[in-house]
Design a protein around this ligand. Structure first.
Ligand SMILES: O=C(CO)[C@@H](O)[C@H](O)[C@H](O)[C@H](O)COP(=O)(O)O
Ligand SMILES: [Zn+2]
Length: 194
């Protein structure tokens, strides 16, 4: 088992090294999209399933509360947290609509959707992207594998950050790093480099 554990560390480091070669320009582009939205009075909605639901909440709490420094709260909403809303939409309509229905109510033109899926194929995240486009929002997609159905839905204004791996856990580990890069980008752009 020790060997397996050490192997997970090695694989995670390898995926992060490869990501460090491929992803920074996309992360910078995504940071600019988010900063532009926040500066224009927009907000960032986020969604995902399972571990990615946790990631979407991790991101929104770092905006709403704080990341690494004292600064004003920033507007963000994770669409995964209101269990009454999520369960009633799933019960009355379909699980595929749990995020899109919220976006149609909460999303405004100029807001950003942070859509997180390791496969790019979660139907509720795909419908969330469609709803975000209807609301004239820009999408930042965190994906992996071959980008799945999400990749083909994105427009030229959107940004896809696709982790070069086929393993869900490794992709999630990089997604969290990307989220921290985005939080740091937002803090530096809005409040100055420290
Ligand atoms: O955290 C994990 C696996 O590491 C799981 O909870 C995982 O997030 C779930 O199976 C998700 O439903 C996978 O969805 P997706 O990443 O393909 O959109
Ligand atoms: Zn997990």
């Amino acid at each position: 088992m020790l060997e397996r554990i050490i192997g997970h560390f090695g694989a995670s480091i390898e995926t992060k090294m490869l990501s460090a070669e491929e992803l920074p320009a996309y992360i910078e582009q995504a940071g600019q999209v988010m900063v532009q939205s926040l500066l224009s009075g927009g907000k960032i909605l986020s969604c995902g399933n399972g571990g990615s639901a946790g990631d979407s909440q991790h991101f929104s709490s770092e905006l709403l509360n704080r990341f690494e420094r004292e600064r004003p709260s920033l507007p963000a909403i994770a669409l995964t947290t209101d269990s009454s809303t999520v369960t009633s939409i799933a019960n009355d309509y379909s699980y595929n609509e749990v995020f899109s229905k919220q976006i149609r109510a909460l999303g405004n033109p100029g807001d950003v959707l942070l859509a997180i899926s390791t496969s790019g194929n979660s139907a509720n995240v795909i419908q969330a992207i469609q709803a975000a486009h209807e609301r004239e929002m820009t999408v930042v997609a965190l994906t992996g594998k071959n980008g799945g159905g999400m990749a083909s839905l994105l427009t030229a204004d959107d940004v896809e950050i696709r982790v070069p791996s086929d393993i869900t856990a490794r992709i999630q580990e990089v997604h969290l790093l990307v989220i921290h890069c985005l939080c740091d980008f937002i803090d530096c752009a809005l409040f100055g480099e420290e």
